[in-house]
Design a protein around this ligand. Structure first.
Ligand SMILES: NC(=O)c1ccc[n+]([C@@H]2O[C@H](COP(=O)([O-])OP(=O)(O)OC[C@H]3O[C@@H](n4cnc5c(N)ncnc54)[C@H](OP(=O)(O)O)[C@@H]3O)[C@@H](O)[C@H]2O)c1
Length: 353
């Protein structure tokens, strides 16, 4: 089969489609023919050699995909063959096939296309965990979401607004602000204009929850806005630009990585939390419970992931470059040979972006 095998770290050009052996399912596993792979910011960090949860190279990149189960290993119900599934994994999804534990290939949500199925798991699970089990967002509360036009952000804006919260969303250009408002945000704030911090305070005032994914000055300004008993959940820090051989970048990274002392938290009576979806995979029962609650909510509210672009798998480097340019919004997907040429077009977000 063909796959993007990460042999060395570097720019988007290191992502090359290579021939690798076909995998076969062992006991408790399934073989999935992949139609679409989701691109996550974490894979950009992995490609640069900066992702803490990455395995040792060489390995096949990719943490999520959609497809159809074509074979099952011993102990897995044979009726699962032919089932449309969403796959969540630590690696291995930028490939034509993957072998995965049967419980990591979950049935696709009814009514989702295969493209939508590849865009769902990581973004919606991260947003859900951050907003509800951790952030305890309640109806009528005010929530501030950073990187709101991205994959996790577009999921979070939809989930929080449908749960009855008032959403303030931050993003990096006017078109993205228009998008987050379309998705349910009350106000959007562009944090790439000079006086953004002042505008943010004027628009949002005090908030009950922040879902933070940028770091640096954005983290520091958002923290100031928390009400007493407010919570901040840090799910990422996309602005950090650590470069292995650049000592100035080490200093900037130390300065900008989100942190806060207990005394400061006590003065504001606030909580700071952080989450990483990967580690939840070690707790299948909790993961399943979260996934079930999330899927029920998504179906009740007719939510769908926002997909901005689909690249053929051989253009994985271009897909990474597109996200790194900060022009992307929502989810970016890679399409495999088995997917028909136009079976994703109905899923693309119709926007003037
Ligand atoms: N904790 C978890 O389990 C988990 C799971 C998934 C993702 N994440 C993290 O959550 C964050 C968002 O992930 P995603 O997949 O939704 O990302 P994404 O949409 O693919 O892209 C990241 C977004 O971050 C924003 N950003 C702000 N400052 C940036 C900078 N200096 N350089 C590049 N981008 C910058 C950009 O939007 P603007 O231009 O609008 O600012 C960009 O669209 C990432 O940090 C990711 O690692 C964490």
């Amino acid at each position: 089969m063909k796959a993007i095998l990460l042999k060395r770290t570097g720019g988007p050009g290191v992502l090359k489609l290579r021939q690798v052996p076909d995998p076969a399912p062992g006991p408790g596993e399934v073989l999935v023919e992949i139609y679409y792979s989701g691109v996550n910011y974490a894979e950009i960090l992995s490609r640069r050699g900066l992702y803490g949860w990455a395995v040792k190279r060489p390995y096949i990149l990719g943490m999520e995909a959609s497809g159809v189960i074509s074979r099952v290993g011993e102990g897995v119900a044979p009726e699962r063959v032919g089932q449309q599934v969403m796959v969540g994994a630590q690696y291995g999804c930028y490939a034509e096939k993957i072998v995965i534990a049967a419980d990591q290939a979950v049935p696709a949500i009814a009514g989702f296309t295969l493209a939508e199925s590849a865009a769902f798991l990581v973004n919606f699970m991260t947003a859900w965990v951050s907003l509800f089990p951790m952030g305890r967002l309640a109806e009528g509360e005010k929530v501030l979401i950073t990187a709101a036009a991205g994959g996790v952000g577009t999921a979070a804006v939809q989930l929080a607004s449908r749960a009855g919260a008032t959403v303030f969303a931050m993003a990096g250009n006017p078109e993205k602000i228009a998008l987050v408002k379309q998705l349910g945000a009350k106000e959007g704030i562009n944090y790439r204009v000079d006086d953004w911090a002042k505008q943010l305070e004027e628009e949002a005032g005090r908030v009950d929850l922040v879902l933070e994914m940028v770091g640096g000055q954005v983290f520091r300004e958002c923290l100031k806005l928390l009400n007493p008993f407010g919570r901040m959940v840090v799910a990422g820090f996309a602005s950090l630009d650590l470069q292995k051989w650049n000592p100035f970048s080490w200093i900037r990274t130390l300065r900008d990585i989100p942190r806060v002392g207990l005394q400061r938290m006590a003065r504001q009576s606030i909580a700071l939390m952080a989450t990483h979806l990967g580690y939840l995979l070690n707790d299948p029962q909790r993961t399943e419970k979260i996934f079930t609650e999330l899927s029920v909510f998504v179906q009740e509210h007719h939510l769908k992931p926002v997909i901005s672009k689909v690249f053929p798998i051989q253009e994985a480097g271009a897909a990474h470059a597109y996200i790194e340019s900060r022009q992307s919004f929502g989810k970016v997907l890679l399409k495999h040979h088995i997917a028909a040429s136009d079976d994703h077009t109905s899923s693309l977000w119709k926007t003037t972006l």
